[in-house]
Design a protein around this ligand. Structure first.
Ligand code: ADP
Length: 543
């Protein structure tokens, strides 16, 4: 059986390509030719060797994503590119040997990665990234030397050029893999690429400005000034991890080549720039990896904390049920006995009214006892551990959201909290009110994810009403409440989810009411809104 890459959750495009072998092969070959054409700058005489080969990175990505059954295409694509881009200027034998060196070299390298290295195409472990970079280093070195050796052996290049040709091809292929492969792997396997943000746009502006500085100065300073490019690349790596840095590297590489072309650099200079680019890319990827690993660790920690608190909650409910059953069993048995006594007293001839009344009194006593047991337990759950303290609404919402972020990321739902910092503080049991916000946000996220929307958005805002209450509102652009639920008062155990308990909304309402507030739901074609209010702290001034 073929050992393919580890399965991953892909995009629609990925699914299409995975389904059709021919579509994938064709898309790869066309992209390979296009990249070869774009990157055909500063070739070494007729050899066709250039210091920039992004297409090699594409070949690595093809096999790592779609499996070794695509290896034959690693021979076809270079042959097609040579014909289309360079018109097969090399003799047939030379052409064949070069294509064999490329196909065999990179085919073997990627197959080895997949079969021996249990490579993860999401690059989610340091091991996979290091394996990719190590394999790229060795295989590009071997293929480059083989490539140059064939050209020298057939007299296309003078023997003196062997080292230079090998170096050039090595740097070109290496940079191709280091810059293009991670980018393509992420584009296909990670659903969440860093969303467009001002910060990301700013980083890319800094890249362009840095290139302008590097190439705007006299030739003498260019190589020293190249180090300015480390600033935006490291900045993206630190802020956006591996995914972010893979985008920044592609932008930097394209910008660098464009600048080289515009400023007419010599071939030697191009090679030096590309060598510096290899260093930059490897540094950026290494930092991005460390940052991504840290983010993953935090994410895992948070999921574990959540799982723990879920277990604790379920445990508490189980305990609660056991206590309730035990405490109620006694009064219920007594009520049944007294009711039977009363019935017997009434049905005997003549009826014994005094005995019936006494039994009914005792039954009522037991009913009151049962009611007080329920109340006691309810108070224990609701307010028993309540610790009201003064807190700002913005901080409360922020803390509530930080615990549900991993879940939102997992479901691919965006959230925007817009809380006016000048709102008066509230005095509440912060943990309980955070739990309410958590429940509402989770419900909204689940509704959005079930509806299959790609632009799911949850909005949280807060306002101060004239009666001195603070209203916190959680809105989503999902399908809204099921009519059966939306038009009824909130009742426990009402759920539309297969594994739902139907307790979230009613528990939230109980918590809010225990704080003297109320909770209401609204539903429309634009989605659902759940809002609740609590009193503003007396004396807390709205600025
Ligand atoms: P559960 O989540 O376990 O089902 P809840 O009491 O929290 O229990 O929610 C009850 C029901 O209310 C859900 O099953 C769902 O049908 C509905 N619901 C809650 N929030 C939303 C929302 N934002 N959009 C649509 N339906 C919702």
């Amino acid at each position: 059986m073929e050992r393919g890459p580890i399965p991953f959750a892909g995009t629609r495009m990925t699914r299409l390509l995975t389904r059709s072998y021919a579509a994938t092969a064709l898309a790869y070959t066309a992209s390979y030719v296009l990249l070869d054409w774009i990157s055909y700058v500063h070739p070494l005489s007729v050899s066709g060797i250039t210091p920039w080969n992004p297409q090699t990175g594409l070949s690595f990505a093809l096999i790592l994503l779609f499996g070794i059954r695509f290896i034959p295409w690693l021979f076809v694509a270079p042959l097609a590119a040579d014909g289309i881009v360079r018109g097969w200027v090399l003799p047939f034998g030379v052409e064949t040997l070069i294509v064999l060196a490329i196909g065999l070299g990179y085919g073997a390298a990627t197959a080895l990665l997949l079969i021996r290295g249990r490579f993860d195409p999401r690059l989610s472990s340091r091991r996979s990234l290091l394996a990719l970079l190590g394999t790229a280093l060795v295989s590009t070195a071997i293929v480059s030397v083989a490539h140059a050796a064939v050209l020298v052996a057939f007299g296309i290049l003078p023997t003196a050029d062997l080292l230079q040709a090998s170096m050039l091809s090595f740097i070109g292929d290496m940079i191709g893999v280091v810059v293009v492969t991670p980018f393509v792997l992420f584009a296909f396997t990670r659903r969440v690429l860093p969303v467009a943000s001002w910060e990301l746009a700013l980083v890319h502006l800094v890249v362009i400005a840095s290139l302008a500085i590097v190439f705007g100065f006299s030739d003498a300073n260019r190589f020293q000034l190249f180090y300015i490019l480390f600033i935006p690349v490291i900045w993206t790596a630190v802020r956006f991890g591996l995914e972010g840095v893979s985008i920044a590297l592609v932008v930097t590489q394209i910008g660098l080549i464009a600048a080289i072309q515009l400023s007419n650099q010599s071939m030697i200079d191009v090679t030096v720039f590309q060598t510096l680019m290899v260093v930059l890319a490897r540094t950026g990827l290494a930092i991005g990896m460390v940052v991504s690993e840290q983010q993953q660790t935090n994410h895992r920690l948070r999921l574990q904390q959540e799982a723990l608190s879920r277990v604790a909650r379920v445990g508490t409910m189980g305990e609660f049920a056991a206590v309730l059953a035990h405490e109620l069993n006694q009064p219920l048995t007594a009520i049944a006995n007294f009711s039977r006594l009363a019935k017997r007293a009434i049905s005997q001839q003549p009826p014994d009214a005094a005995a019936a009344a006494a039994a009914a009194d005792s039954a009522i006593e037991q009913v009151d006892r049962a009611a007080s047991v329920v109340k006691q337990l309810r108070d224990f759950i609701r307010l028993g551990r309540s610790e009201p303290s003064r807190i700002s609404v913005a901080r409360l919402v922020h803390e509530a959201l930080s615990s549900c972020r991993p879940e939102l990321d997992r479901l691919g739902v965006a959230i925007s909290a817009n809380i006016d910092r000048t709102l008066p503080d509230i005095t509440v049991d912060a943990l309980q009110i955070e739990q309410v916000i958590n429940n509402l946000v989770r419900n909204a996220a689940e509704a959005l994810s079930q509806s299959g929307r790609h632009d799911g958005l949850i909005t949280i805002d807060a306002e101060h009403d004239r009666a001195g209450k603070i209203w916190i509102r959680v809105r989503d652009n999902g399908p809204g409440f099921d009519p059966d639920i939306g038009q009824q008062p909130i009742t426990p155990f009402t759920t539309t989810k297969q594994n739902g308990l139907g307790l979230g909304l009613s528990l939230s309402r109980s918590i809010v009411e225990a704080h003297g507030g109320k909770l209401q739901i609204d539903s429309g074609i634009r989605g659902a809104t759940v809002s609740f209010c609590v009193a503003a702290t007396r004396g807390a001034q709205a600025a």
